[in-house]
Design a protein around this ligand. Structure first.
Ligand code: ZN
Length: 124
């Protein structure tokens, strides 16, 4: 029982820390520092570019080059992935979670922080 509890703790830390797949125990892992996807613009004669994949995206005001403010689309919570070479299980980790706090202030953003650590009863 004691050793089982220890191994559960190791798995709960994730592949990034345990260097072990939680599904099959495999130890050959792919580390993908920046998860990306291809963005395509236009249909015929359009072009493509590699863009970072993220938890969400938002339009944020940014100081203009010369004056004023521009609204620009930004990725929020860019992703890092770890994939098991044996069973293909994938874990994602998000970067820059602090930007989510700003989004959580806006009810229509669809982003909210659930802090279960401060809950005393499930029936509150
Ligand atoms: Zn695996």
């Amino acid at each position: 029982m004691h050793s089982r509890a220890l191994s559960t703790v190791a798995y709960n830390r994730g592949m990034r820390n345990s260097f072990k797949c939680p599904k099959c125990g495999g130890q050959k892992l792919w580390a993908i520092e920046h998860v990306q996807h291809v963005d395509a613009f236009g249909k015929v004669g359009g072009y493509t570019k590699v863009a970072p994949s993220s938890l969400t995206a938002a339009e944020m005001p940014e100081k203009g080059l010369l004056w004023g403010e521009n609204v620009v689309a930004k990725s929020v919570g860019t992703l890092e992935a770890w994939a098991c070479d044996t069973c293909s299980y994938v874990e994602f980790y998000a970067h820059d979670l602090s930007a989510l706090r700003t989004l959580a202030d806006h009810a229509d953003s669809g982003v909210r922080l659930i802090d279960a650590s401060s809950r005393t009863s499930p029936h509150r």
